[in-house]
Design a protein around this ligand. Structure first.
Ligand code: ADP
Ligand code: MG
Length: 358
């Protein structure tokens, strides 16, 4: 044996050196991975729901990321087709055009379910959130690019028909007790899509993902060693993509923001935006410029971001607390109000904004 070792000393030395080099390289890569802490990932951009979509998918293989990206695109298209009132031949658009007051209609289970959920938010917010705001939104036409304030008489006429007490849902179906109404999911569509995206991801091989549908961001799993997602909150008074703060959430949470900066026009120095006070028929003018809600239910996060914007800081904060969601309210003088328990997971990046207590 000793003679064997002596004779093959050079070969053995070389083999040992090679093994050491391999082990060294292996551990170097491994340590780097742990430091970087992230799984393999791919980012995709596109358009759906009339807004920008961005997805970053974390999975072992690029091909798995691509497949998940494809599936989410198909899913978003099907949700938009089903729930959008914009498409002429969608179930909702046809219903809005052709229903008769007092008739009983059976719409798809999804539409019935989401309308029922909208009605709950309507009742809880004493009408601040309104599932039948569509005729008013159409009169203003802000989403279609209108830059004119409608006549007060036209607004008053339309808001006579903006009364969700006239929406009745029973086991038999849906009844609207006023012939000049229209229902829609404008304030919750992106949240519903976020819920479906998370469900799809949970059936996939993704380790983690973050998918933004306009101002609604769905998170899933994790991106690696760091178990939290650090979600940038849009600065309501800066360019698109600039954040004023970062909110940490666990995978499975949806972060929705409603603001007066998304769709608006200015006339005579006044800003007119796309979130309306159903009682006055005018864009909400209560000092808020953005509201962000984070919770593990996309529908709720989207509905409540709109609802709390309409309710204002005091009532909105109380409502958010009662629903157990995280909320961030921003006023035009750049004061920031948070629900209890959020402070540790919220960090201001733009020091013009100051956290205040109520
Ligand atoms: P975005 O769609 O820009 O993400 P929101 O989630 O806040 O913003 O939804 C705004 C949309 O909600 C409007 O375009 C309009 O269709 C609808 N909406 C406006 N005001 C109300 C309201 N008081 N209640 C329910 N929906 C509303
Ligand atoms: Mg909303």
């Amino acid at each position: 044996m000793i003679r064997f070792i002596a004779r093959h000393r050079h070969i053995i030395n070389t083999v040992i050196i090679i093994i050491i080099i391999i082990l060294f390289v292996y551990f170097a890569i491994k340590t780097k991975d742990i430091k970087a802490g992230t799984y393999n990932n791919k980012t995709y951009s596109g358009i759906a729901f009339g807004t920008a979509i961005k997805k970053t998918v974390f999975a072992e293989e690029d091909s798995v990321c691509d497949e998940i990206d494809d599936n989410i695109d198909k899913l978003l298209k099907s949700v938009d087709d089903e729930l959008s009132y914009r498409l002429e031949d969608s179930e909702l658009a046809i219903f809005n055009r052709s229903y008769a007051a007092g008739g009983i209609y059976s719409l798809s289970p999804d539409i019935m379910r989401y309308l029922q959920e909208e009605m709950e938010v309507y009742k809880e917010t004493k009408g601040a959130f309104c599932p039948c705001i569509l005729p008013l939104a159409k009169l203003w036409g802000i989403e279609d690019g209108s830059k004119e304030v409608p006549d007060k008489s036209a607004i008053d006429e339309v808001i006579k028909h903006i009364d969700a007490d006239n929406i009745v849902i029973t086991d038999e179906g849906l009844t609207l007790n006023d012939g000049s109404m229209a229902i829609d999911f404008g304030a919750v569509g992106k949240g519903i899509a976020a819920d479906k995206v998370i469900e799809e991801l949970s059936k996939s091989q993704a380790k983690g993902a973050v998918v933004s549908v306009g101002g609604t961001i769905a998170t899933y799993g994790s991106k690696g060693a760091d178990s939290m997602w650090h979600i940038g909150i849009q600065d309501p008074r800066a360019e698109d993509g600039q954040v004023f703060a970062v909110l940490d959430v666990k995978g499975g949470n949806v972060v929705s923001t409603s603001g007066d900066y998304e769709k608006y026009f200015e006339k005579d120095g006044k800003r007119y935006h796309h979130i309306f006070d159903p009682k006055t028929g005018y864009p909400v003018d209560n000092g808020l410029i953005s509201v962000t809600i984070a919770t593990d239910n996309g529908f709720l996060s989207d509905a409540l971001s709109t609802a709390c914007f309409v309710m204002g800081v005091d009532e909105g904060l109380q409502y958010a607390e009662s629903k157990g969601v995280d909320a961030i309210f921003v006023t035009s003088d750049k004061k920031v109000y948070l629900t209890n328990g959020l402070k540790k997971r919220f960090q201001i990046k733009n020091k013009d904004y100051i956290i205040k207590k109520k």
